[in-house]
Design a protein around this ligand. Structure first.
Ligand SMILES: Nc1nc2c(c(=O)[nH]1)N[C@H]1C(S)=C(S)[C@@H](COP(=O)(O)OP(=O)(O)OC[C@H]3O[C@@H](n4cnc5c(=O)[nH]c(N)nc54)[C@H](O)[C@@H]3O)O[C@H]1N2
Ligand SMILES: Nc1nc2c(c(=O)[nH]1)N[C@H]1C(S)=C(S)[C@@H](COP(=O)(O)OP(=O)(O)OC[C@H]3O[C@@H](n4cnc5c(=O)[nH]c(N)nc54)[C@H](O)[C@@H]3O)O[C@H]1N2
Ligand code: SF4
Ligand SMILES: [Mo]
Length: 760
């Protein structure tokens, strides 16, 4: 394999196209990483419709992490106190199969759990659903999307009748007003932000509103930044609606013809007067009015949101409240407008399509719907009623199931819960009690490996072929371009092999991922996410393709093309024409609800689950930095990124720092009701007073006592079950005696360098 290969960036949900070239030659001139491995060259793929050749630092440096500290062989041990020993695949899979069988026999299927990830490819997700929900008959498959996108999924379903972000990235360049709420797009979805920012620079009449308690890089670019108090989003959203109502700035035709529930909504927003809202949100009345004015006066409003909205004990309500504003003003299903959730992980979208949460089935189907279950049972050739009608355990209930002994087998893949789950001390204690945990990852060490009985080496990006769907529903084929390290295998192959060993030979008779994909797309036929017109061949020939993309539509296109000159075919799908192919959902204003109307789902604001008090007076919020990816399994091993963000820190407002007598760089202990952690102080006006911020990235392997999630709590949204990872109550204490190790004791000079390298 010497030619360059087109694929997708395996980090964020923007889904940028990459072009990867193998290292040239084997001589000394070859670019090598710090461990001496030759580095693959990665550049942006100019032909990718979503990113148009752009990449951020993470995509650009991905290749440097591919060979470092990889888990290469299956490993096993009998108890968590023993060291691992290398075993063969056969031994490992035998042990896993036996363990599942024994738990099925003693505790039943509902004691078996799998916790997966938006970093699976769609094929991995699909085979896992078939194994757990189909063959084993338990819905205990959940993914880290529960911590991420599940509120967006629930909100779309409640308001529009089904999941599916309705917009496309072209809308970024067609809007009059971009309303960014709870998203640090500039750092977390950089190429989406680049497209928007370039457009705003040229079109100075278009507005950018940013709603975030912090003055992020995103907020710095805003026409209007509303630094609301954490957890007051619904007050703000209902407050904007209140003003639009007062001013008569709503779309009567759209409301009458295309929606239900407006009367109840009007009744709720009545209470959100500007005075009340400004006080609760901690913003100026004229700023609130300005935001409402932009909504009122813009032809097209595009909302973007991510974790500041989703990770909340009222996450679904926040999402519905955003969508309500779009319905009130008819801002949906047209260019430059609509509610647009920015997906976190590279293939969380594919996960949703494949039914990768404990209440879903493939093809945007629901566990609770008897007809949906029957359809899938038929397609999987399984007996009637094999699929359970009960939603499975969401990941937090897997943790509590370990506490009570109700979970007897836990399989974790492509996620690092010993860093990313809320209430980490409790999570870790539960993992320690697990009778049997399989951990399937690409790297070693990771924090979660310490809690596993079996380690399975996963082939990662570039070592397996599969598909991924990005935030704008564009599916990209990601081909294998290098051999897996050691004995690593693709996730779907591992799941399929266990399925066969459990006796489901017919169901897992896949030889290639193309076969898996072919079967999967059949299950999307006539569903909102119809992908029956997609195949590996087509994706290979034509490049990335957006859904919906049905077989009927494909046939129609082919027919009309056959009637014209043959040369046109290639022209239609390549180059500039690519742009005009971008699709929006709901352009006919028919929604996926039973009556075809979108629903105003009105909620009153409840606020944070854990309110600051005299003992824990600060709100802690936790988020991301531009260079690092989550738990640093890759980015922690990339020199350039470590230089960019060498250390964790805590942002504190100068007023709070002065009151508490904190100095820049001083080590601060942060305590919550559940745990504590320590961070050097970064004193900055970028954070609202009364609020502090720490990055989520540094787990136990990368710094001592800097785990953000040792502080957070698991209270979650009652509808989406997404935990409120964005806020908990904490106290701050200066550490006088310096801690033991080098690692946790950043020197003043490294810290100063880091502070200087950050703009705020
Ligand atoms: N560099 C980088 N990029 C990433 C990732 C990464 O690890 N690193 N991860 C990817 C993934 S999986 C995800 S989910 C996305 C996340 O992308 P984002 O959601 O943009 O990132 P976060 O930093 O988690 O949180 C966004 C903002 O929410 C704000 N916030 C906190 N509380 C509230 C609130 O109550 N209301 C409002 N309105 N805002 C609030 C925070 O101040 C923060 O600036 O990023 C993706 N992209
Ligand atoms: N307090 C707080 N906590 C949070 C968040 C927050 O904002 N605040 N954000 C939450 C969100 S939105 C998310 S998405 C989670 C992310 O949290 P995690 O999912 O725990 O984070 P990652 O570091 O991305 O873990 C992915 C793992 O998959 C491995 N991997 C990569 N490719 C493959 C593959 O192909 N196969 C297999 N088997 N493994 C692979 C990587 O080596 C890595 O160990 O964190 C959540 N936790
Ligand atoms: S914006 Fe996201 S998808 Fe694009 S290169 Fe950066 S991390 Fe990768
Ligand atoms: Mo995420």
């Amino acid at each position: 394999m010497t030619d360059s290969v087109k694929t997708l960036c395996p980090y964020c949900g923007v889904g940028c196209g990459l072009e990867v070239t193998p290292p040239a030659g084997s001589g000394r001139a070859t670019n090598r990483d710090s461990q001496g491995n030759p580095i693959w060259k990665v550049v942006g793929d100019r032909s990718h419709p979503s990113s148009q050749g752009m990449v951020c630092v993470k995509g650009a440096t991905i290749a440097e992490s591919l060979d470092k500290d990889r888990l290469k062989y299956p490993m096993m041990r009998d108890s968590l106190t023993e060291p691992f020993r290398r075993v063969s695949w056969d031994q490992a899979l035998d042990q896993i199969t036996q363990q599942i069988q024994s738990v099925l026999a003693t505790q039943g299927a509902d004691a078996v759990c799998m916790y997966g990830s938006g970093q699976f490819q769609t094929e991995d997700y699909y085979v896992a659903q078939k194994l757990i929900k189909g063959c084993l008959g338990t819905n205990n498959f959940d993914a880290n999307s529960r911590l991420c996108m599940s509120s967006a999924v629930a909100g779309y379903i409640q308001s529009l009748g089904s999941d599916g972000p309705p917009c496309c990235y072209d809308d970024l360049e067609l809007t009059d007003c971009a309303f960014l709420i709870g998203t640090n797009t500039a750092e977390c979805h950089p190429i989406v932000f680049n497209r928007l920012h370039k457009y705003l620079k040229k079109n100075t009449r278009a507005k950018l509103i940013v709603v975030d308690p912090r003055t992020t890089k995103t907020a710095e670019a805003a026409t209007l930044h509303l630094a609301i108090k954490p957890g007051t989003d619904i007050d703000l959203l209902n407050g904007i609606a209140h003003l639009l109502m007062r001013w008569g700035k709503f779309d009567t035709f759209f409301i009458d013809e295309c929606t239900t529930g407006f009367t109840q909504y009007a009744e709720v927003i009545r209470y959100y007067t500007p005075e009340v809202v400004a006080r609760k949100c901690g913003i100026r009345i004229d700023h609130l009015e300005e935001a409402a004015k932009y909504w009122a006066e813009s032809e097209n409003v595009l909302s973007l949101w991510s974790m500041g909205v989703n990770q909340s004990s009222e996450g679904t309500a926040k999402v519905c409240s955003i969508i309500n504003l779009h319905l009130m003003t008819g801002n949906i299903g047209k260019p430059g407008a609509g509610p647009f959730s920015l997906t976190g992980q590279p293939n969380a979208m594919g996960g949703r399509e494949a039914g990768g949460l404990s209440h879903l089935l493939p093809g945007y189907r629901s566990i609770k719907n008897a007809q949906h279950r029957t359809e899938i049972e038929k397609l999987w050739n399984l007996p009637e009623n094999r699929i359970s009608s009960f939603p499975g355990r969401d990941v937090w209930r897997m943790i509590t199931g370990l506490e009570t002994g109700d979970v007897g087998f836990l399989w974790i893949a492509a996620t690092n819960p010993a860093v990313s789950m809320p209430d980490l001390e409790r999570t870790k204690a539960a993992l320690l009690k697990s009778p049997f945990t399989v951990y399937q990852d690409a790297y070693d060490p990771t924090e979660t490996a310490a809690y596993a009985h079996v380690l399975l080496p996963a082939a990662q990006w570039g070592e397996k072929t599969g598909t991924m769907t990005n935030s704008e529903r564009v599916v990209t084929l990601c081909p294998k371009f290098r051999e897996p390290l050691g004995e690593a295998k693709p996730d779907w192959e591992i799941f399929a092999e266990v399925g066969r060993r459990l006796g489901f030979t017919e169901q897992f008779n896949f030889k290639t991922s193309a076969e898996v994909h072919r079967e999967f797309v059949q299950l999307t036929h006539r569903r909102p996410c119809d992908m029956t017109g997609l195949s590996y061949e087509r994706l290979q020939q034509e490049g990335p393709i957006q859904w919906p993309c049905s077989i009927e539509e494909l046939k129609q296109t082919n027919n009309s093309l056959n009637n014209t000159t043959p040369g046109l075919f290639s022209g239609l799908f390549k180059g500039k024409d690519e742009k005009t192919k971008a699709k929006r959902l709901y352009t006919n204003w028919k929604f996926n609800t039973p009556d075809g109307r979108a629903k105003f789902v009105a909620f009153h604001a409840k606020g944070l689950a854990e309110i600051p008090d005299a003992q824990y007076p600060f709100v802690l919020t936790v988020g991301r930095l531009y260079g690092h990816w989550h738990t640093m399994t890759r980015t922690g091993r990339i020199e350039k990124i470590n230089k960019m963000h060498p250390l964790p820190f805590i942002e504190i407002h100068p007023k709070d720092a002065e009151r508490l007598g904190f100095k820049e760089g001083q080590l601060i202990e942060v305590r919550s009701r559940r745990g504590k952690a320590q961070f050097p102080a970064m004193i900055t006006k970028a954070i609202t007073p009364g609020c502090v911020f720490v990055p989520m990235h540094w787990g136990a392997l990368w710094a001592d006592d800097a785990e953000a999630n040792s502080l957070t709590h698991p209270e979650s949204c009652p509808i989406s079950l997404e935990p409120e990872l964005k806020a908990c109550a904490v106290q701050l204490v200066a550490v006088t005696a310096l801690p033991k190790t080098e690692n946790s004791q950043p020197t003043q000079s490294t810290l100063t360098a880091q502070l200087a390298s950050m703009s705020h």
